[in-house]
Design a protein around this ligand. Structure first.
Ligand code: ADP
Ligand code: MG
Length: 351
């Protein structure tokens, strides 16, 4: 049985006084997305996501859970060995069936990605200003190289760097400055969705905080959607509106970010939030606890619930029975046999 999402009531992003046209598609809707590498490695298994314009979705999970595969799949940036099924609707248009010309237009302008590790994503032999200007020129035949360079300078200032740094080569910049350049590049074509894959993982803590604030501020100013990927649930809880927690290629928990962080319903969500306590938050003053073991190799997934070998509360049946996402109270859903429907005693009449 597949769980279905029913949306009732006004969308949270609807402008006050201006009802949204009925049937307007969300900015991004991913339906039952699977990605299999080389025919044998199911790295993403049946993921559903939804991001409204101006909304910030966090995707959490340990290394190897399929987060980057999912991010790259959204713009079809995966190697040819990856086979994709499902739907990736960007403004209602399916990225998976787009022709190449259309896909090129959608990359950068529809959605853009900030990768982890800016040093590897920037070209070492070109000035950063030229690298920012490149997608602008690619997307607008009317823009002159001089205008694109000017815009690159403005974008650098927008991300907190002097416009004159456009003449620098990547190796002349610090890690934090390079990540700012990546963000400027991601903004270059005014995308409606920004996907940030561990944008601060390679940076030290102080710089991490600055880059996160910068991303938050840019998203708020421009009303774009954000997908922020991190293994650090506390960072996502601070930055995002909603959270999806991934394990072994699936979303195992989703809901409002603060709720998921503060009281996750899936034991994996709980383990992740215990592993990343929020600094200075008295409500979460608990000792960080490591979760023993590692996520499974997608080429050899355990049967039943894929989390059961590491789960502190697993039942015998978890070794054989897989779990779908189910309603878990509030606007939350979790894929755990121990999650009961909210108010189960008096809600029988709702189904
Ligand atoms: P995350 O970003 O959560 O760390 P990834 O999406 O990078 O996870 O990886 C998910 C799984 O897919 C891992 O087991 C990884 O080894 C595998 N994987 C990633 N890229 C490839 C690839 N190009 N070919 C085969 N397997 C891959
Ligand atoms: Mg990754």
């Amino acid at each position: 049985m597949t769980a279905t999402t029913a949306t009732t009531g006004p969308e949270p992003s609807a402008s006050p006084g201006l009802p949204e046209p009925v049937g307007d598609p969300p900015l991004l809707e991913v339906r039952n997305l699977t990605v299999t590498y080389g025919g044998t490695v199911p790295a993403v298994r049946g993921v559903d996501l939804r991001v409204e314009a101006g909304q910030k979705l966090g995707i959490a999970g340990e290394s190897g859970c399929g987060k980057s595969t999912l991010a790259l799949a959204l713009l079809r940036l995966l190697p040819a060995t990856a086979k994709l099924t499902g739907e990736i609707l960007l403004d209602g248009e399916d990225v998976l069936t787009m022709k190449w010309g259309r896909l090129r237009a959608v990359r950068w302008a529809g959605a853009s990605i900030v990768f982890q590790g800016a040093m590897h994503s920037l070209n070492a032999v070109h000035r950063v200003g030229d690298q920012i200007a490149e997608p602008i020129l690619l997307h607008s035949t009317r823009t002159t190289p001089a205008a694109a360079r000017k815009r690159a300078g403005e974008l650098l200032e927008q991300v907190g760097l002097p416009a004159a740094r456009a003449r620098a080569y990547p190796h002349e910049l610090s890690g934090g400055q390079r990540q700012r350049v990546m963000i400027a590049m991601a903004l270059a074509c005014d995308p409606r969705l920004i996907i940030a894959d561990e944008p601060t993982t390679a940076l030290d803590v102080m710089i991490q905080a600055q880059i996160l604030r910068l991303i938050e501020q840019l998203v708020a100013d421009q009303d774009v959607g954000l997908i922020m990927i991190s293994h650090d649930l506390a960072v996502l809880a601070d930055t995002c509106d909603r959270l999806s927690v991934m394990y072994a290629g699936r979303v195992v928990e989703e809901g409002p970010a603060r709720q998921v962080y503060a009281e996750a319903r899936h034991p994996y969500g709980r383990a992740l939030s215990a592993a990343f306590p929020r600094i200075g938050d008295p409500a979460s003053r608990r000792a960080p606890r490591g979760l023993p073991g590692d996520p499974p190799d997608p080429a050899a997934l355990p049967g039943g619930c894929t989390f059961h070998p590491r789960c502190p509360v697993a039942l015998d049946s978890c070794a054989t029975e897989d779990q779908e996402l189910r309603e878990a109270g509030g606007e939350r859903r979790a894929a755990c046999v121990l999650v009961n429907a909210p108010a189960a005693d008096d809600s029988r009449s709702t189904s």
